[in-house]
Design a protein around this ligand. Structure first.
Ligand code: NG1
Ligand code: MG
Length: 546
């Protein structure tokens, strides 16, 4: 199974680059990050950690509900050159000098602190003879303001916790110098954040010699947890795609009962001739937080509350303090006991059938209102949950910041179940196409395109994570002849992904350049940064230098 494979560590650049289409350009980047590192830190880096961004082909805002998604890594990536620094390891255990090749992101230095050690009295100190241990490491991460080094710190946290926990070891982390460079556009829905966190986690693992024995799945789990430290309660799609992806395939990633990733060959020229995925950046930054409103986390809460309300309608008994997702409630409704569902995941057939059967039930979440709002107020939501207000607040609101006047339980739930179904259909179409080689080309591409279009409509209307500019890009793509087009990733800006006939790509891009006003003034070089065809690429790795 792909998640059980070891993390690749290469010793030559050509192995690390593998079959990347852009290998020549990439090789220049790798070499220049080595040179620049040497100039800044006076010696060669010991390692380069690489983690790619990803494009999600279908299945957005459902990973945190534990339904399967369908991303592929892109070639754009984050590189972190790193090595042990000359700082005194005893005086400054684990201190970090973090530089970034992008001049917008200034150099930072920080050191983890030991937290939670009771301050011992002189007497106790003598008695314990140095055995008074700190409880944990602490790194200051500002969750309100997004700073580039927060992602570096987030990656570091997990490594400190897992390998240097003060309650279990006296070993101290090495002081590190590192230099970051990236070409995944930030805030574009191509998951630069997960690429940063994965690369950072890998960099600290490498310098501290902790990679051997770790599987890709374990790196995903560490990176997922690490990313929550930046303040987003995300699902695991991006980290899994960045770590586990393989060339030529998308990954069907499921999260329940545990992470699993199945490579599904895409109908690229090898199987069904003739189509590629084109990413187009709306150039509107995709922000999960606007002012005090964490719209991403709001959807996490809305879907969790929906799961409880739906469970009541379906007659699925829940304990007051548990907080199952929609995926888990569906499983229990289908007769999977907690224990059974934990040990054997529903097969895709049963899941598809269950989704089809549960969809009519979602109507029960539609509020009978006359004020045009499909949402419910906080008071109504608490009443629907059947919980005491204090219990409700503790279980659903105490761990996350959300602010809203209405909560969209009906719309979000309908989006989740229908999108989960589309992912399964997309996967089926790809598998069928591979099995029958080129025979179905046109029909297959139309089927995939239709699913992508339906997914975008759902994003716009039910999940409400699109925006005017992204909708304009999607319309332009359809006018330019795309089989299908949709917002990808968190949304509210960022990129679209379109399925386009391969021989029509130049004409497609020319059309988009005219149709989308922000592209009009761009020269060819700048244009190729914002709209480009992608090929599924390989996942994260480490290059060990001599
Ligand atoms: P991006 O677009 O990378 O911010 C976010 C979440 C994913 C997933 C998508 C929506 C993070 C790190 N990632 O992706 O887990 O929920 O939105 O499908 O927050
Ligand atoms: Mg992100």
């Amino acid at each position: 199974m792909a998640a059980q494979l070891p993390i690749p560590v290469y010793t030559t650049l050509s192995d690390a680059l593998g079959d990347l289409q852009t290998a020549t350009v990439q090789a220049e980047r790798w070499n220049s990050v080595v040179q620049e590192y040497e100039q800044r830190f006076g010696k060669k880096p010991a390692y380069i950690a690489r983690a790619p961004g990803r494009v999600n082909l279908i299945g957005d805002h459902i990973d945190y509900v534990l339904f399967g998604v369908f991303p592929a890594a892109v070639e754009q990536d984050i590189l972190i050159a790193c090595g042990p620094s000359d700082a005194n390891p005893d005086a400054h255990p684990g201190s970090v000098a973090a530089h970034n090749l992008d001049p917008r992101y200034g150099p930072q230095s920080f050191a983890p602190m030991l937290k939670g050690a009771p301050i011992p009295s002189a007497e106790e100190q003598q008695e314990a003879a140095g055995a008074v241990r700190a409880e944990s490491w602490y790194l200051d991460i500002n969750k309100r303001e997004l700073r580039w080094e927060s992602y570096v710190k987030a990656g570091y946290y997990g490594v400190l916790d897992r390998f240097f926990h003060p309650s279990t070891t006296d070993e101290r982390p090495a002081p590190v110098d590192l230099l970051v460079t990236g070409c995944v556009p930030a805030g574009s829905g191509l998951s630069s954040s997960a690429a940063m966190v994965v690369a950072s986690t890998l960099a600290f693992l490498a310098v501290n010699d902790k990679i051997s024995g770790l599987t890709k799945g374990q790196l995903v789990e560490m990176s997922m947890e690490n990313e929550t430290r930046v303040g987003v309660n995300s699902g695991g799609m991006d980290q899994a795609a960045s770590v586990i992806s393989m060339p030529e395939s998308a990954l069907y990633i499921t999260f329940f009962p545990s992470l699993s990733a199945e490579p599904i060959p895409l109908p690229t020229p090898r199987t069904v001739p003739g189509a590629v995925f084109v990413c187009a950046n709306s150039l509107v930054v995709s922000d999960k937080v606007v002012g005090a409103k964490t719209r991403y986390n709001l959807r996490v809460v809305e879907t969790l509350v929906s799961a409880r309300v739906l469970a009541r309608h379906l007659g699925v008994a829940l304990k007051p303090t548990e907080r199952p997702t929609l995926r888990e409630v569906l499983g229990r409704w289908l007769g999977y006991t907690e224990a059974k569902d934990q040990s054997s995941d529903l097969d895709t057939e049963t899941l598809r059938d269950g989704l089809q059967r549960v969809l009519p039930e979602v109507e029960k979440l539609r509020p009978a209102r006359t004020d045009g709002q499909l949402g419910v107020t906080m008071e109504e939501m608490i009443e629907w949950s059947g919980l005491e207000e204090s219990v409700f607040r503790e279980v659903y609101l105490s761990w996350v910041d959300v602010e809203a006047t209405h909560f969209q339980l009906f719309k979000r739930t309908k989006h989740v179940f229908e999108e989960a179904l589309r992912v399964l259909q997309f996967r089926d179409v790809c598998l069928r196409a591979t099995a029958t080689a080129g025979a179905l080309a046109e029909g297959t591409l139309r089927e995939l395109g239709a699913l992508m279009d339906a997914s975008h409509d759902s994003a716009a209307v039910l999940c409400e994570n699109s925006c005017a500019e992204v909708d304009a890009l999607v319309r332009a793509a359809k006018d330019a002849g795309a089989y299908g087009s949709r917002v990808t990733g968190a949304g509210w800006g960022g990129c679209t992904v379109s399925l386009v006939a391969e021989d029509a790509v130049p004409a497609f891009i020319a059309h988009m350049r005219e149709a989308y006003p922000p592209y009009r003034g761009l020269d060819d070089g700048a244009l190729s940064q914002v709209i480009f065809a992608t090929k599924p690429s390989r996942g994260a790795c480490v290059l060990k230098l001599e």
